[in-house]
Design a protein around this ligand. Structure first.
Ligand SMILES: C[S@@+](CC[C@H](N)C(=O)[O-])C[C@H]1O[C@@H](n2cnc3c(N)ncnc32)[C@H](O)[C@@H]1O
Length: 236
């Protein structure tokens, strides 16, 4: 039997890794670090190096950021095959993810691809600090209090799809904002919700930027790592 741990690293600040995650990374003979392209060093690798983890243990694993389902599925399958073939009997290894390993994470797809291939690799998950938690901390706001409700969603292409969520939730967290930043800002400003909206990009790394509302934000150049928190309960 082999063991592959899925370890959530938190969004960027090395100290936010759990003690359990740290111990298991130390016990792992190899640490797979997901990246979109082999040439680029991933943020996950930066966190690990920031923790003083031996670089020779890191093995980049490419998951192309493609819109094509078949391209992504092929990568999950090929990487699962590679892990199955290369992990020796009794080996302990880790696969790291940014934030928490159960929130929009490649880890889930990899676990499924491994399970389809072999029953000889166990895949326990070690949770990590989510981006939304770290963003709320950086902004010094609560995510939810009392009996408030919260929803986390990937930013929809049709921004109007946010309307029912904003009507039913006290807090709405938008991930995967990307090129939709400009339209999200326009939508929230039109509805008088900019004052209770919070923007956080590159949380936990040197380029971290957080702000209340959207004044002076270059909406055309929103960084890929951007999160928006809307607290409708704070609306005036
Ligand atoms: C694929 S999801 C990964 C979420 C992650 N597993 C978690 O627990 O937060 C990627 C999205 O998370 C958000 N994100 C991840 N890291 C971030 C960071 N350091 N700063 C701001 N947003 C971040 C962005 O919205 C990005 O599009």
């Amino acid at each position: 039997m082999r063991t592959l741990y899925g370890v959530g690293l938190g969004p960027g600040e090395p100290e936010l890794l759990t003690l359990k995650g740290r111990r298991l990374l130390d016990e792992s003979s190899v640490i797979y670090t997901p990246t979109g392209a082999i040439a680029s060093r991933s943020r996950a690798a930066d966190i690990l190096l920031g923790l003083g983890i031996d670089e020779s243990k890191l093995e980049p694993m490419v998951f192309p950021m493609s819109m094509e389902d078949s391209v992504r599925e092929e990568a999950w399958k090929a990487n699962a095959e590679y892990i199955d073939v290369s992990l020796a009997d009794g080996a302990t290894a880790s696969f790291v993810t940014l934030g928490d390993a159960s929130v929009y994470s490649t880890w889930t797809y990899l676990v499924r691809a491994l399970a389809r291939r072999t029953s000889d690799i166990q895949t326990p998950t070690v949770p990590g600090v989510t981006t939304m938690s770290a963003a709320a901390a950086a902004l010094e706001i609560p995510l939810v209090i009392g009996d408030e409700s919260i929803a986390l969603v990937p930013t929809p292409n049709r921004i109007e799809d946010l309307v029912p969520l904003l009507e039913s939730m006290d807090t709405l967290v938008l991930y995967k904002v990307g090129r939709r930043l400009e339209s999200v800002i326009g939508f929230l400003e039109e509805r008088g919700l900019a004052g209770c909206s919070y923007f956080a990009s590159n949380v936990g790394v040197a380029a971290q930027h957080v702000q209340v509302g959207f004044p002076d934000l270059d909406a055309g150049k929103g960084p890929y790592m951007s999160t928006i928190i809307i607290r409708t309960s704070d609306a005036q």
